[in-house]
Write a protein that binds this ligand. Structure first.
Ligand code: NAD
Ligand code: ZN
Ligand code: ZN
Length: 366
C-alpha cells in the first residue's frame, strides 16, 4: 500500500495519560492503532515533538465546566510525520509529510460555522487531547497519534519540527487574537501573561504587525524575555501598586492601550482588563482560568464604548499563516523553549502551575 510508510510501525509505544481529571499524569505503554485499522479521513502521525500548553494542565486538573475523556492522553502542539493514511481518504497529504496536530483535530466541514471558516465553533469539533462525549480523541503526548486529514496542518519543509510545535496552539491562538483585537500598526497592545507560552509569542506577532507592546507578567526571567523580544514597556503585576494607572500611563497620553490580549492562566489577569483599556478599545479574552469572570461597570462600558471579545484557537488558514510567519528568514517570531523528555511531564506541570516557566517547554517523544 502506498499510503503506509516503509518503516516499521510498532505495536506498542509510550504516551502520557491521566486516568480521570485530578489524577496525576503517568507515562505508560499503549497499543498503537495499526494502518489497516485507520478509517477514511484518519492519519497516523509519528509525533517527534509536542509543546506543553497550560490547556493540557487545565484539562488534567478538571478546571473547566466540561468533562474530558477518561484515560486521556493530552497534547495539542504536536509536530511529526505522517506514517499512514486511512484507505479512501480524500486528501492532498501524503505519507512522509511533516504535519502539525493542533487543538481542533477535526470538524464537520459542512455546518454554517465551518463554511464561514469559524471552525472552532463547529458543534461537532473533535479536540486533540481533550474530547467531548462521543468524540474520543487523544492528543500528541504519545509517539504515534491518530489524527484527521481535514485538520492536520502542513509544516513547511524547511522548518524544524521542534520550532513548529508550539505554533500549532500558542502561535495560532495569539495570532488570531491579535487580528480580533483590531489594533493597528503604531497602536498599543497590552499582554497580561506576556512571559508565558502564549504571551511571549504574542509579543512577537504583535511587533511583527507593528504594534507597541506593554508586557505584563512577573519575575526577572519573564521580564528579560519580554524585553529581549521587543516589549517597549514591562509591568510586573506583583510589584505594581496601582496596575490600572501603570498600564494607562504607559501609553504616554494616559488613555491606555488600544487592545489587550489576556493570556493569563489565572483569574487575576482578567480583573482589571476593562478598566485600563482605552476608550473604544478591545479586550480579547484568551486565557481560560478556572471559575474566572470579567466585570465591567455597564455605565462606563457604554460611555467608553469598550469591547470584550472571546477568541478560541484559530482556523486551518490561521494555523498555516502563523507557521509561515514563524518561519520567516531572520526569525522575527521564534518560540523560546526548553526541550525535555516525555518522562518529565509531571514536573513540567508542577513548574507550569507555579508560574516558573518563561516561554514554552517542548517534549521530545523519541
Ligand atoms: P503559561 O502558564 O505558559 O502562561 C501564563 C502566564 O500568565 C504566566 O507567565 C503567568 O505568570 C502569567 N500570569 C498569571 N497571572 C497573571 C496576572 N494577574 N497578570 C499577568 N500575567 C499573569 O500558560 P499558556 O500555555 O501560555 O496558556 C495561557 C492560558 O491560555 C491558559 O489558560 C490556556 O488554557 C489558555 N489558552 C487558550 C486558548 C484559546 O484558544 N483561547 C488557546 C491556548 C491556551
Ligand atoms: Zn493550547
Ligand atoms: Zn462544522
Amino acid at each position: 500500500m502506498s499510503n503506509v510508510a516503509k518503516e516499521a510501525i510498532p505495536k506498542r509505544a509510550r504516551g502520557a495519560f491521566v486516568q480521570k481529571a485530578k489524577d496525576n499524569v503517568k507515562i505508560e505503554e499503549y497499543d498503537v492503532v495499526q494502518p489497516k485499522d485507520l478509517k477514511p479521513g484518519e492519519a497516523l502521525v509519528k509525533v517527534l515533538y509536542s509543546g506543553v500548553c497550560h490547556t493540557d494542565l487545565h484539562a488534567a486538573k478538571g478546571d473547566w465546566p466540561l468533562e474530558s475523556k477518561e484515560h486521556l492522553c493530552g497534547g495539542h502542539e504536536g509536530a511529526g510525520t505522517i506514517v499512514a493514511i486511512g484507505d479512501n481518504s480524500s486528501t492532498n497529504l501524503k505519507v512522509g509529510d511533516n504535519v502539525g496536530v493542533k487543538w481542533l483535530a477535526d470538524t464537520c466541514m459542512d455546518c454554517e460555522f465551518c463554511r464561514q471558516g469559524l471552525e472552532s465553533l463547529c458543534p461537532q469539533a473533535k479536540l486533540s487531547g481533550f474530547t467531548l462525549e462521543t468524540f474520543q480523541v487523544d492528543g500528541s503526548f504519545q509517539q504515534y497519534a491518530v489524527s484527521f486529514t481535514n485538520h492536520l496542518t502542513p509544516i513547511p519543509k524547511d522548518m524544524k519540527l521542534d520550532d513548529a510545535a508550539p505554533i500549532l496552539c500558542a502561535g495560532v491562538t495569539v495570532y488570531k487574537a491579535l487580528k480580533q483585537s483590531n489594533t493597528k500598526a503604531g497602536q498599543w497592545i497590552a499582554i497580561p501573561g506576556a512571559g508565558g507560552g502564549l504571551g511571549h509569542l504574542c509579543v512577537q506577532y504583535a511587533n511583527l504587525m507593528g504594534m507597541r507592546v506593554i508586557a505584563i507578567d512577573t519575575g526577572s526571567a519573564k521580564k528579560d524575555l519580554c524585553k529581549e523580544l521587543g516589549a517597549e514597556v514591562w509591568i510586573d503585576f506583583k510589584e505594581a501598586k496601582d496596575i490600572v494607572s501603570a498600564i494607562k500611563n504607559a501609553t504616554g497620553d494616559g488613555f491606555g492601550p488600544h487592545g489587550a490580549i489576556v493570556t493569563s492562566a489565572s483569574a487575576s489577569g482578567y480583573e482589571q482588563a476593562l478598566d485600563y483599556i482605552r476608550p473604544g478599545g478591545t479586550v480579547v479574552a484568551v486565557g481560560l482560568p478556572a471559575g474566572a469572570f470579567v466585570k465591567s461597570e455597564v455605565f462606563f462600558h457604554v460611555l467608553y464604548e469598550r469591547k470584550l471579545v472571546g477568541s478560541y484557537v484559530g482556523n486551518r488558514q490561521d494555523a498555516i499563516e502563523a507557521l509561515e510567519l514563524a518561519n520567516l528568514p531572520g526569525g522575527k517570531v521564534k518560540c523560546h523553549y526548553v526541550t525535555k523528555p516525555l518522562d518529565d511531564l509531571p514536573s513540567i506541570y508542577e513548574d507550569m502551575a507555579a508560574g516558573r516557566m518563561a516561554g514554552r517547554t517542548v517534549l521530545s517523544l523519541f
